[in-house]
Design a protein around this ligand. Structure first.
Ligand code: AMP
Length: 129
């Protein structure tokens, strides 16, 4: 079972923002910017382009809804949408608030937040959905 399936099942700690029957949005625990969110299908699929067309488009629509909420409450020029998937074999879209291209560096030092701060950011975005 992937670490993200464990998050879906509530077996490990996460900062959930919003979910529907097939998707979940939660905070990336090693954020590259404030409001860095992951959006996943609850069904465990490794590679995004193995999703069928319906699953794929539904995931993108869920990501759009989440992105609009992020943009309302996190100060940024854009919310970027990125798929990497080299570390966790469970499809996930990174929604990352950015002001410039240099903000989009996955190798830079990650930000750290306290549990309370993570909870506050998740609640802020949740309330904007
Ligand atoms: P990648 O598979 O390369 O797209 O990267 C996986 C992403 O998942 C990274 O940004 C990690 O910080 C994030 N990540 C890994 N474990 C967790 C977790 N338990 N909770 C939230 N995010 C995680």
């Amino acid at each position: 079972m992937s670490i993200f399936s464990k998050i879906v099942n509530g077996e490990i700690l996460s900062y959930k923002i919003y979910e529907d029957s097939n998707h979940l949005a939660f905070l990336d625990i090693f954020p590259i910017s404030k409001g860095h969110v992951l959006v996943i299908p609850k069904k465990e699929i490794d590679y995004v382009f193995d999703m069928n067309d319906r699953e794929y488009t539904q995931l993108l629509l869920f990501a759009k809804k989440t992105s609009l909420a992020i943009k309302k409450v996190i100060n940024c020029n854009r919310v970027s949408l990125n798929i990497v998937g080299l570390d966790v074999p469970h499809v996930h879209i990174h929604l990352i608030p950015i002001n410039s291209i240099s903000d989009l560096n996955f190798e830079k030092q990650k930000l750290t937040f306290s549990k309370e701060e993570f909870k506050e950011i998740a609640a802020l975005i949740r309330e904007a959905i």
